[in-house]
Design a protein around this ligand. Structure first.
Ligand code: PLP
Length: 425
């Protein structure tokens, strides 16, 4: 092809492209001509002039996916303030989808600010990294979510941040453990695995007296059963991975506050650590929130039904469920909580060996073996608490933690009943 022919061919292609382009957008109802008149296909694929008509509304907010956020001009780019949610600067700093989720989480808990993190554990890390410096000390309860303790022992300690482990059920000892270095008091209600419900009011008052910041891991409360800000807690952290998502298919965390200065510190650290979340994951949680209230109460009712049955069984030594009299801190649950999650533990009689307990868990059919909780399928996990806690743990036999899902509780009871037969063999 001569260069003249080549030029003609190019012109022809461009004309065809243009016609297609104009035709396409005329069909779709957009005004053509917003672009340079003759973009080539590769350009056109990146820069469509089509703008959907305004006015679309739906029950679910749109899923915005963005790393790059576009500005109308340089002045607009320079003027944009990423710290205030008045506009958008970069995907990490938020999109309409993540801002909507943050706002909804804050509304539920009565917070002013919320920050999303890629997991519950990263939300814990955000609080630690934002508030602690070399020379400081952080207090964690003995029954804390174990990876949180691991973070303090294996990471924070290497940066000169001391860990002080306190018994959340012993106020006098906790008080005595506070030192001038202590900056942050982590609370968990109830404690992971062993389910003690602490006296949050007394612990928060003590922390105030010593100028400590308080942070509650409120994953169990899911923003519904416990209102941390009504209890004067400074920071509420939640693993949205559990009840808020509800599907056992994603990971996310949130850090909520009412105090502007505290939020700004967390926000700075959030930006510096790059703790953004994807629009798709935020959409999953937004969808889960619609049924959160119903699901949470269904989990609660079913768990109490299963727990009541377990309590009547001769193989069971102790039921660890804060809504049941006799469970540690039950009076605090009555005073401070409006509901309970579908999570609880129980111990077997001391003569039942660990091997038998494991065989019993293996014999379950509806209950699956797996970590996490708050999902639709019930889960069972045996824990050797004595190995985790040492001599302070009162029970000789292993503990089993159950996360009650959305199955019919009578079927779950039948499953447990059947599995417990192996204890008789
Ligand atoms: C009490 C508690 N806090 C935090 C987390 C961490 O959440 P994630 O799994 O999203 O990191 C968990 C997870 O099991 C948990 O049980």
């Amino acid at each position: 092809m001569s260069s003249e022919e080549h030029g003609d061919q190019l012109d022809q292609n461009l004309a065809t492209n243009r016609e297609l382009h104009v035709a396409e957008h005329t069909v779709m109802g957009a005004e053509p001509g917003a672009m340079h008149p003759s973009p080539r296909a590769a350009t056109l694929l990146q820069h469509s002039p089509y703008q959907p008509p305004p006015g679309f509304d739906a029950v679910q907010p749109a899923t915005h996916r963005a790393s790059t956020v576009l500005f109308a001009n340089v002045a607009a780019m320079r003027a944009r303030d990423w710290r205030r949610k008045t506009g958008y600067t970069y995907g990490l700093h938020g999109t309409p989808t993540t801002f909507t989720l943050e706002a909804r989480l804050a509304e539920i808990e009565g917070a002013k600010h919320a920050l999303l993190c890629p997991s519950g554990l990263s939300a814990i890390a955000l609080v630690n990294l934002a508030l602690l410096q070399q020379g400081d000390a952080v207090m964690l309860p003995t029954n804390v979510y174990n990876p949180s303790r691991d973070m303090a022992e294996k990471l924070l300690s290497g940066w000169g941040i001391a860990l002080q482990v306190y018994d959340p059920m012993d106020l006098a000892a906790t008080h005595a453990a506070i030192t001038p270095r202590t900056r942050l008091l982590w609370l968990e209600a109830p404690g992971s695995v062993t389910m003690e419900m602490p006296d949050l009011r007394a612990l928060v008052a003590m922390a105030r007296q010593h100028g400590l910041v308080t942070a509650l891991d409120n994953t169990w409360g899911a923003g519904l059963a416990i209102k941390p800000f009504a209890l004067d807690v400074d920071i509420s952290m939640q693993a949205l991975t559990k009840y808020q998502s509800g599907g056992a298919d994603m990971l996310m965390g949130a850090v909520l506050t009412r105090d502007d200065a505290l939020h700004d510190k967390l926000l700075d650290a959030h930006m510096r650590l790059g703790f953004g979340v994807s629009g798709d994951d935020a959409s999953l949680v937004l969808r889960g929130l619609h049924s959160l209230h119903l699901r949470y109460h269904a989990h609660d009712q079913a768990a109490r039904c299963v727990a009541t049955w377990l309590q009547s069984r001769p193989e069971v030594q102790a039921l660890l469920h804060p809504a049941f009299p006799g469970s540690p801190g039950h009076a605090h649950w009555v005073r401070d909580c409006s509901a309970a999650a579908g999570l609880f533990s129980f111990t077997f009689q001391p003569q039942i060996t660990a091997a038998r307990v494991e065989a019993c868990v293996d014999a379950l059919r509806l209950f699956k073996i797996g970590y996490s909780w708050g999902g639709p399928v019930s889960l069972a996990v045996p824990y050797d608490v004595a190995a985790m806690r040492g001599a302070s743990w009162a029970y000789a036999s292993p503990l089993v933690r159950l996360s009650i899902g959305l199955e019919d509780p009578l079927d779950l009871i039948a499953d447990l009943d059947h599995a417990m037969q192996v204890l008789l063999d």
